[in-house]
Design a protein around this ligand. Structure first.
Ligand code: ADP
Ligand code: TRP
Length: 323
């Protein structure tokens, strides 16, 4: 079973990205043939600064490797290092009804906010379909917001197969665990777009500062509180050991505690949780050539697969072998 997913390098990864996506990619690499890529071509629709994009790409690779994405188990690569995907995108585009893309939410949301959308954003789901189909992927782990794009991918693959004969493998979406909808510093869903994120490898001092600024409710300290409705507790639950989490739930049930103490415990737990990964990240950062080699090897392996699929597609639609 081939599992594939991409993550955009549009900023430093935060706790939401980790618990909502990256942690699950790493688990999936144990039982499946994993293909994971840094979606830099998709990021071009939002990051318009070359040096910043290069930095985000470096950070993404270092973060993924530090967190345990293992190049011996999974293929890790940059999206743009596989030009076959862009070639496949064009072919798929010729089979894509405009109406299908007009219904896609990234484009629709932008237009409904009165903003100008470019053709890159409009055709974004076709590039995503090519990402998936180029590797004969079976399973695509994604968050709820991407399910529509997997449907588009299936539609395009089926209509191509219908027109030209069986060519593409139809992928299935695998919804990433929704129990991990990580709250941000304001209690809303953590997201770069809401400016409420806590980055995985934030400097320890800055990390504590951010945690201390997490919004808390204004009920009297002595009141008992339902922990499951409190975002500070929900964050602690992600990092604390089970006995620590149980003790904290009890504390909420009794009331009479201060949020400052909880925040301190959260900061300690989060620091401890990522301590090993932070160490590994430093090691990778001090060996940029090793990281470059890992990505180059990933791209080589990904291209072998994508070339195979592209040839099949070109044969099917008449691009190849005119004589
Ligand atoms: P952002 O909202 O910060 O821009 P992305 O949309 O780039 O994040 O998300 C990348 C991946 O991380 C997606 O699979 C998404 O579902 C997951 N993710 C992002 N934020 C959260 C969150 N707060 N809780 C759970 N998963 C999240
Ligand atoms: N569009 C996805 C996101 O924003 C990233 C992505 C690009 C992707 N290509 C993909 C995810 C292919 C899964 C499969 O999160």
């Amino acid at each position: 079973m081939r599992v594939l997913s991409g993550i955009q390098p549009t900023g430093r990864f935060h706790w939401g990205n980790y618990f909502g996506a990256i942690q699950q990619y790493i688990e999936l690499q144990q039982q499946h043939d994993g293909y994971y890529f840094i979606a830099d071509l998709h990021a071009l629709t939002t990051v318009r600064d070359a040096e910043l994009l290069r930095q985000y790409k470096r950070d993404a690779a270092l973060d993924l490797l530090a967190l345990g994405l293992d190049p011996a188990k999974a293929v890790l690569f940059n999206q743009s290092d596989v030009p076959e995907v862009s070639q496949l995108t064009w072919i798929l585009m010729t089979c894509t009804p405009m109406g299908l893309l007009e219904r896609c939410h990234a484009y629709k949301d932008k237009v409904s906010r009165g903003l100008n959308a470019d053709a890159g954003l409009f055709t974004y789901p076709v590039l995503m379909a090519a990402d998936i189909l180029a590797y004969d992927s079976n399973l695509v782990p994604v968050g709820q917001d991407q399910v529509q794009h997997i449907e588009v991918c299936r539609d395009l693959a089926s209509s191509f197969n219908h027109q030209y004969g069986e060519t593409f493998v139809l992928p299935e979406a695998r919804l990433l665990s929704t129990s991990a909808k990580v709250p941000g510093t304001d209690g809303e869903k953590m997201s770069k777009s809401y400016n409420n994120t806590i980055e995985l490898f934030e400097e320890p001092k800055a990390l504590r500062k951010k945690i201390m600024r997490i919004a808390t409710d204004s009920r009297p300290m002595e009141d008992a509180k339902d922990p499951e409705t409190d975002h500070l507790y929900l964050l602690f639950k992600l990092f604390g050991a089970p006995d620590q989490v149980a003790a904290m739930a009890e504390l909420y049930g009794k009331g009479g505690f201060g949020y400052g103490e909880i925040k301190k415990q959260l900061a300690d737990a989060a620091e401890n949780y990522y301590a090993e990964a932070r160490q590994r990240r430093q090691e990778f950062a001090s060996r940029p050539d090793t990281v470059k080699d890992i990505l180059a090897d990933g791209a080589r392996r990904a291209r072998l697969q994508a070339t195979n699929v592209l040839t099949r597609v070109q044969d099917a639609c008449g691009i190849s072998k005119p004589f």
